[in-house]
Design a protein. Structure first.
Lengths: 214, 277
């Protein structure tokens, strides 16, 4: 299995790209998703309708289709994105759609009585949100948010189809050239497993911290 | 009891969509007066009390709380400003049927949060206030516990402390004991009774008729979209003038052991707290 070492190196380089895409996509999606979720829940009707349509689009259309439209489709309008740029834009676009729903579900799970108690005590909407609603919603949202990061991670494999040199791209190359496809793919799988275990641990740690605060 | 009117509910009509919950309801609450609002379900008792601190808006009429005026949404007057609402809500305290304690905060934190963040009270002063209030309701030993560890009666007493920590001039109770197991009701009623004896102005929506007769100065019976009867607690509860109220009281009291009608029972109960005000 000596040949595997070379392909492993390539795949690890791909892994760096995978992780960068995952991290970048997650951060942007969570920030944009949080803002959009607030708009979705408390904004004016036209804004709400817009956000709802956006979420339905993202969740309803196949991911690959969205990616291809962005990368191949937009060239018809003279917009020529590099595969990496298109990949990142798509991951943010897709991730935000899912993040909005996670935040919305978490926020609406907080009983109306909590809002009322805060209002009755004289809290304005922003302070009540910050001190009463969000702390409670955060605990509820941690499990789906950890799942979300794993989802983003798996999404990176799709960008293989537009030529981004992430893990699967390198794995495919290695599988073809090495004559040992199983070995190569097992190494790729191993990389994903390691990342997932790390994410799982991080998620559990955060959940413990949140629970311990009570 | 002074003649100072602290809450003036004037010709208020409340609708939910097409349905009118109550119309043209008027009530004046004086300082240190205890007003009990009773009546069948759906009559709008909770809705009315929630209009006082504007948790519900209303369509017509005016509610004035300690000089702050709020108008009906369909009366073509301006909506209450953020400042007006803040002033009303910091001077009124509300206790809910479902307690609504903040589960992510300890008992003490629940009581100190609003004084610190809304009134700007420094932490040590807020804690002192919380300690005093918790001691008053007999819950000092629960100061660092979290709400989910407390019984319903304990949670409600903490909720009372949380409202009192803002040093309100008026307390609003929305069926404070309706969700409690019978044996826990007494402690909460005791706390409310003590408040009344200390001269707190209170509006209390309740199903506890004996308690209302004990503690209230005025009783308001809401039914059929309006006020069925209003008057001195003893009068309304012992000698109702309208058939509607008589039927209601009869039905309610048939489930309880004591007999409202007997003058002997009435005289054996301690005088109402409001008269000390």
């Amino acid at each position: 299995m000596s040949g595997l070492g070379l392909y492993t190196q390539d795949m690890l380089r791909g892994a760096v790209l995978t992780l960068e895409l995952t991290a970048g996509g997650t951060v942007v999606s969570l920030l944009a998703g949080a803002v959009a979720a607030v708009g979705r829940m408390y904004g004016p009707k036209p804004l709400r309708a817009l956000i709802v349509s956006y979420v339905e689009l993202v969740r309803g259309l196949p991911a690959i289709l969205q990616l291809f439209v962005l990368y191949f489709g937009l060239t018809q309008f003279g917009i020529d994105l590099s595969s990496l740029t298109a990949a990142f834009i798509w991951m943010c676009f897709y991730g935000t759609g899912y993040a909005i729903e996670i935040f919305r579900a978490g926020l609406s799970a907080i009983p109306e009585g909590q809002h009322e108690a805060a209002s009755a005590l004289g809290f304005g909407p922003i302070t009540s949100f910050r001190r009463v609603i969000v702390p409670q919603a955060f605990t509820l949202m941690l499990p789906p948010l950890t799942n979300f990061v794993v989802l983003e991670l798996k999404n990176t494999t799709l960008v293989y189809f537009i030529g981004v040199h992430e893990i699967m791209f390198q794995a495919r190359l290695g599988a073809g050239n090495s004559g040992n496809p199983l070995g190569v793919y097992l190494v790729a799988a191993g990389i994903y497993v390691v990342v997932n275990v790390a994410l799982g641990r991080a998620g559990a740690f955060l959940e413990h911290r949140a629970a311990a605060a009570h | 009891m002074s003649s100072d009117v602290v809450v003036d509910i004037h010709n208020v009509t409340k609708k939910f969509g097409d349905r009118t919950v109550f119309s043209d309801v008027s009530l004046q609450v004086h300082r240190s007066e205890v007003v009990a609002i009773i009546g069948p379900s759906g009559a709008g008792k909770s809705t009315l009390i929630r209009c006082v601190n504007h948790l519900n808006s209303f369509e017509h009429g005016t509610i004035t709380v300690l000089g702050e005026e709020v108008h009906g949404t369909e009366d073509h007057k301006s909506r209450p400003s953020r400042q007006t609402l803040r002033r009303i809500r910091t001077k009124t305290g509300m206790v809910f049927q479902t307690f609504n304690l903040f589960p992510h905060l300890s008992v003490t934190e629940n009581v100190t949060l609003a004084p610190m963040k809304v009134l700007g009270l420094p932490k040590d002063q807020a804690r002192e206030r919380a300690e005093r209030l918790l001691a008053m309701v007999g819950l000092s030993h629960r100061a660092s516990a979290y709400p989910r560890r407390l019984s319903g009666g304990e949670q409600q007493r903490v909720a009372i402390c949380r409202a009192l920590a803002m040093e309100p001039e008026i307390m609003l109770f929305d069926e404070p004991t309706s969700m409690l197991d019978p044996e826990l009701v007494g402690d909460v009623l005791d706390a409310i009774r003590r408040l009344a004896q200390e001269g707190m102005t209170m509006i209390l929506v309740t199903h506890e008729m004996m308690f209302a007769r004990d503690v209230a100065d005025t009783v308001l019976v809401m039914a059929d979209g309006g006020i069925a009867e209003m008057g001195a607690a003893r009068d309304v509860l012992s000698r109702p003038r309208t058939e509607r109220v008589r039927v209601f009281l009869d039905r309610v009291l048939r489930h309880t052991a004591s007999d409202v009608e007997s003058p002997g029972t009435a005289s054996s109960i301690t005088p109402v707290g409001g008269s000390t005000g």
